[in-house]
Design a protein around this ligand. Structure first.
Ligand code: ADP
Length: 447
């Protein structure tokens, strides 16, 4: 059993992991950059180690510094959170080479799923339905034109190494393919150092539905239903909910089983998310994330499980603490992502929090690393808090979200909170009638 784990992350997700560890009687080590000396994760952990200067590449992404921090503190395992090194197969290999445990899947699984072409190929072989597209990378414009012509427009050009919505370009017609192809490639090159791209049929009105899976690494796996993450801006999620407003129990059971069986077959370990686009009753795989997702709390709320605790247990070699039959859905949960950004352009707004008050009460969870006087550093992601509400049903969850938002105070900086107040006025939000384009259209006319 682990006595001490190191959390290779910052912000709310570092707190999330420290909290789970403390409940399990495991000591925690925070690592931090010089910009985060006063950060909440540093204050909350049992120990902390400064691992470098502010830029992520010199601190939270510095593998030697993180390994050294484990060695000086005697931490036996590393939880990577999300982002930073969480999906870096090379890091996992180095962690294991140092006799430490990585709380997450194997380097091999991360590598397979980190490359969207091998991921799709693997999933297809495991019986998971995929978006129609090129079989592998597309080498040049001529090949792209030929494939897109066969598939029919619109198509989307996507970076094999893509993530965070980057390296993705839609081409509505043959004339627009050249610029989409070239732009996706150059974006991919600069963002990921890999300019390989592939082509998919562009679905015009899908919802983004993702299935939470969990495996024990030994051939047992379960699914924890879906999350609907269709409210997106620039391919980035803004609000997530579970269960999905339009997914039936039969559909959940069917696609859930396909996903659980797929990860069981490869002996997948820990938490994973299989992302789909959902259109006209069909699921189309787009990618798998081999880590805890930002939006995992909505799943925790409706299933009453602690996914981080479960990740740690599986990394210790213990069995999962639930079987598929133990898992049932209770009510409805919604998460909103509160970013330090100024509307309407969503430009990052680091600054000092003059006053912070978190909402509370029945069915309200606030995951954040904020406190009065906290100075948000300008070097990292703008996500500063997640507000998660849980109700007996969707209308109750929406009413609770409204109530919780009205209690929340984050003064001194601009945040995305006004967006959620405005969205709660929209009939489509209340009816659940939205797809992946709804928010972009709404923003054009309403903000
Ligand atoms: P990333 O890894 O950058 O997040 P994904 O492959 O997960 O990229 O896609 C992110 C989002 O982009 C999806 O949720 C969806 O909104 C849009 N998208 C991706 N592929 C397609 C497609 N084939 N058709 C329509 N939209 C797509």
């Amino acid at each position: 059993m682990f006595e001490k784990i190191l959390v290779a992350n910052r912000g709310e997700i570092a707190l999330r992991v420290i909290r789970a560890a403390r409940e399990m009687g495991i000591r925690s080590v925070a690592v931090h950059s010089t910009a985060d000396s006063d950060a909440m994760h540093v204050r909350m952990a049992d120990e902390s180690v400064c691992i470098g200067p502010p830029p992520g590449v010199d601190s939270y992404l510095s593998i030697p510094a993180i390994i050294a921090a484990c060695e000086v503190t005697g931490a036996q395992a590393i939880h990577p959170g999300y982002g930073f090194l969480s999906e870096n197969a090379n890091f996992v290999q180095i962690v294991e080479d140092h006799g430490l445990s990585f709380i997450g899947p194997t380097a091999e699984h991360i590598r397979i799923m980190g490359d969207k072409i091998t991921a799709k190929d693997t999933m297809k072989k495991l019986g998971v339905p995929c978006v129609p597209g090129s079989d592998g990378g597309v080498a040049n414009l001529a090949e792209a034109k030929k494939l897109a012509g066969e598939m029919g427009y619109p198509v989307i050009v996507k970076a094999t190494a893509g993530g965070g919505g980057r390296g993705m370009k839609v081409a509505e017609s043959a004339e627009k393919l050249e610029s989409a192809f070239m732009t996706a490639r150059s974006e991919a090159k600069s963002a990921f150092g890999n300019d390989e791209v592939y082509i998919e049929k562009y679905l015009t009105t899908p919802r983004h539905i993702e299935i939470q899976v969990f495996g024990d690494g030994k051939g047992q796996a379960v699914h924890l239903g879906e999350r609907d993450c269709s409210l997106q801006r620039r391919h980035q999620k803004v609000l997530e909910e579970a269960p999905g407003p339009v997914i039936t129990d039969e559909e959940r059971a069917r696609i859930g089983k396909i996903c659980a069986d797929a990860v069981a077959q490869i002996n997948y370990a820990g938490a994973g998310t299989i992302e789909f686009l959902y259109e006209n009753g069909e699921f189309y795989f787009i990618e798998m994330n081999t880590r805890l997702q930002v939006e995992h709390p909505v799943t925790e709320a409706i299933f009453g499980v602690d996914l981080v605790r479960e990740q740690i247990r599986v990394a210790e070699g213990l069995p999962m603490s639930f079987t598929q039959d133990d898992l049932s859905i209770n009510g409805h949960a919604i998460e909103v992502r509160i970013n330090a950004e100024k509307l309407p352009e969503f430009s990052p707004r680091p600054g000092t929090i003059s006053q912070f008050h978190a909402p509370g009460g029945l069915g309200v969870r606030m995951d954040s690393a904020l406190y009065d006087g906290y100075k948000i550093p300008p070097y990292y992601d703008s996500l500063i808090a997640k507000l998660i509400v849980h109700g007996r049903d969707r209308p109750e969850a929406l009413a609770r979200l409204n109530r919780a938002l009205s209690e929340l105070i984050v003064d001194g900086i601009d945040t995305t909170v006004p967006l959620f107040h405005a969205l709660l006025q929209e009939p489509d939000i209340h009816s659940g009638n939205y797809n992946i384009h709804w928010l972009e259209h709404w923003l054009e006319t309403n903000l």
